[in-house]
Design a protein. Structure first.
Length: 365
């Protein structure tokens, strides 16, 4: 993580990016009857050396956004700008050249690796595609990358099925770093791993960022992980970003009800603590039938009539802090520990126990 001067030009920028999948009906003459609005006007900026976390529930469009940024799928609208150049308008050799600087690490560390290729072949393949070095140089680079990601050079001759999940993810990271990218998109890189392995991979990613000056778009639904890796956080709901803020500001006082619900849902290891925010009810609405007005009003605990009629824009409410809520400034100060503490009955029992113990101690004295 780093202190990023946000006034400088962004390294990567998404401008009103959208992806709508048409829904058709009819066997002989198919006609479009609707569209799945998987991503519906997403905008953000990523600066050099920064980690921007994109968070939200499953199905909100995070992974689709990642693939749009990489142009693995074509956008329905909007632009993706890398170092001042619109990635969505180029093709052929120029697109391939740009992709050398934009790499991705996928969520599933096994499905993203070719089971028929050895580790050395997997890591060397991007270098061969981009014409980097000869065979000897690539072998040396593979050995260096394995050491850099916490593996051993002798692992180069093994196949993916011979490794644990955490080791496979390290191979995926090594493959992404092989062509020396500037931006790495991390699509839930630790969600499929055990908690202890998650910590190792997160620490590895932070170490690599410090050594190589990488910029991360870190996609996750686990805010406890995001709190350790992000510089800024963008919260996504039903295909659109609803809040963006520096990490400390967002965790201390979020200004959107959805963000507050996500933070309240973070598990706490103390069973005596009770969250002060009521969990969200209902399910995420269908992206085929996005609610009118504010798309969160069907689940929002503070929704008012205007929320059902007007779609709130993403607006700045404090320096570097934007929120898509009509009443962002009116929300009370957020307290993640509000309501924490023992239930009244338990408190009374402990107080009675403490008083009886004190009485016995006094009598013995």
């Amino acid at each position: 993580m780093t202190d990023v001067p946000l006034l400088e030009a962004p390294l990567l920028e998404a401008v009103d990016v959208a992806k709508h999948y048409p829904v058709k009906k009819g066997l002989i003459v198919a006609r479009q009857v609707g569209a799945v609005r998987a991503v519906d006007g997403v905008s953000f900026r990523l600066h050099r050396g920064e980690t921007l976390a994109l968070v939200g529930e499953s199905g909100c469009g995070k992974s689709t956004t990642a693939r749009l940024v990489m142009r693995l799928i074509e956008p329905s609208a909007g632009r993706v700008i890398f170092r001042g150049e619109d990635v969505t308008t180029v093709g052929g050799a120029r697109l391939r050249a740009l992709r050398r600087h934009l790499q991705i690490v996928f969520q599933d560390p096994y499905a993203s690796l070719n089971p028929r290729l050895t580790v050395a072949e997997t890591i060397a393949e991007p270098m061969a595609v981009h014409g980097i070095g000869d065979a000897a140089a690539r072998r040396a680079r593979v050995a260096d990358l394995l050491r850099l990601t916490g593996l051993r050079p002798f692992h180069a001759g093994r196949y993916p099925h011979e490794f644990s999940g955490g080791q496979r993810q390290r191979i995926g990271i090594a493959r992404a770093l092989a062509v020396e990218p500037e931006v790495v998109v991390l699509d839930e890189p630790v969600s499929a791993l055990d908690v202890s392995i998650q910590a190792q991979v997160v620490n590895l990613l932070r170490d690599l960022q410090g050594r190589l000056g990488l910029s991360y778009l870190f996609i996750a639904h686990d805010l406890a992980v995001v709190k350790h890796v992000a510089d800024r956080v963008a919260v996504m709901y039903l295909g659109r970003i609803v809040e963006v803020a520096p990490k400390r500001a967002l965790f201390a006082d979020p200004r959107h009800p959805y963000t507050r619900a996500l933070l309240a849902a973070i598990p706490r290891p103390d069973p005596s603590r009770r969250g002060g925010v009521t969990p969200l009810g209902g399910d995420l609405p269908s992206p085929m039938a996005v609610p009118p007005g504010c798309r969160f009003h069907t689940r929002c605990p503070v929704a008012r009539p205007v929320c059902r009629e007007q779609d709130p824009p993403l607006r700045e409410i404090a320096p570097g802090h934007t929120s898509a809520c009509h009443f962002a400034e009116e929300l009370p100060r957020f307290d993640a520990e509000a309501g924490a503490g023992l239930a009244p009955a338990a408190a009374r029992r402990l107080a009675a126990y403490a008083a009886a113990r004190a009485a016995r101690s006094g009598a013995a004295a």
